[in-house]
Design a protein around this ligand. Structure first.
Ligand SMILES: Nc1ncnc2c1ncn2[C@@H]1O[C@H](COP(=O)(O)OP(=O)(O)OP(=O)(O)O)[C@@H](O)[C@H]1O
Ligand SMILES: [Mg+2]
Length: 262
């Protein structure tokens, strides 16, 4: 059994609209991969489908996580298995304090749950690492948080849950330079055996700090190219037209080692 995530021939979307189209993607255990692609081409939809969002239907294909078919599992079962999604747009939950929320998710993930003093000392350490004011934990989750504060909160959840597989959906968007470094440090802290991740982003700045093991380009719901960091550089320089030209002519010596069409 191969550990990590394997997506094979996945076609999915809304009842009347296919958004993900015959998509193949593998993220072996211990690796961090980047997923890039133009606006509206299906990156967040893929993240939602992996997490089990009930608004999308799977037509075809399979998704294996540590050898088990994810698509058969309920959302909560996926979360218990260690799947984690850092949302592109984190929800505000007035009435639930950050500390209560974090204690609850930590308890659900760990069996048996940590005792409160261990939880609190880990929380303190994570707050320090993420440069978050301790008073934040008394506020309602994301309620009135700035955009950057919400993204840091996603990373605080990541460190609290210690998932097996994390999807970061544009966690870098709207971050100042210092916050970007904090987010990258949080992701890098998790790196190693027993953890893998898909980092969805439009720009190289987070990827400069979280060097991905592989880069995938998604267009029209399909992975059109896959390679190393040179793909990010190519994209930054020539945009998606540059990628399309190379995919159309795989003999192009510039990146023929790196780019291939599935
Ligand atoms: N629930 C929905 N109802 C209607 N259209 C939807 C729904 N979910 C996704 N779509 C459409 O599917 C397409 C893919 O959307 P998705 O959010 O996955 O794009 P994305 O690649 O994440 O884009 P971005 O880079 O802008 O975040 C878009 O055209 C979007 O409008
Ligand atoms: Mg998106």
């Amino acid at each position: 059994m191969q550990e990590g995530l394997i997506i094979r021939g996945l076609s999915a979307g809304l009842e009347n609209k296919r958004i993900i189209d015959a998509l193949h993607l593998e993220v072996p255990d211990g690796e961090v991969h980047a997923l890039m692609g133009p606006n509206g081409h299906g990156k967040s939809t893929l993240a939602n489908i992996l997490m089990g969002h009930p608004g999308y239907a799977v037509e075809e294909g399979e998704v294996l996580f540590d050898g088990e078919n994810l698509l058969d599992l309920e959302v909560w079962e996926r979360a218990r298995k260690g799947l984690f999604l850092a949302f592109q747009y984190p929800a505000e939950i007035p009435g639930v304090t950050v500390s209560k929320f974090l204690k609850r998710i930590a308890d659900l993930r760990r069996n048996p749950p940590r005792n409160t003093s261990v939880f609190l000392s880990e929380l303190k350490e994570n707050l320090r690492m993420l440069d978050i004011e301790p008073a934040f934990v008394n506020r309602y989750l994301n309620d009135g948080f700035s955009g950057g504060e919400k993204k840091r909160m996603e990373i605080l959840q990541l460190l609290t849950i210690q998932p097996r597989f994390a999807i970061f959906d544009e966690t870098d968007s709207g971050l100042d330079i210092d916050a970007l470094k904090v987010v990258a440090a949080g992701i890098n802290h998790m790196r190693g055996p027993g953890f893998s991740a898909l980092v969805i982003t439009h720009y190289r700045r987070l990827l400069d700090l979280v060097k991905p093991d592989k880069v995938h380009i998604l267009e029209k719901g399909h992975i059109v190219a896959c390679g190393g960091f040179e793909l990010v550089e190519l994209l930054e320089r020539d945009g998606y037209d540059g990628i399309r030209r190379i995919v159309a002519n795989p003999a192009n010596p510039e990146v023929r080692e790196a780019v291939y069409e599935h």
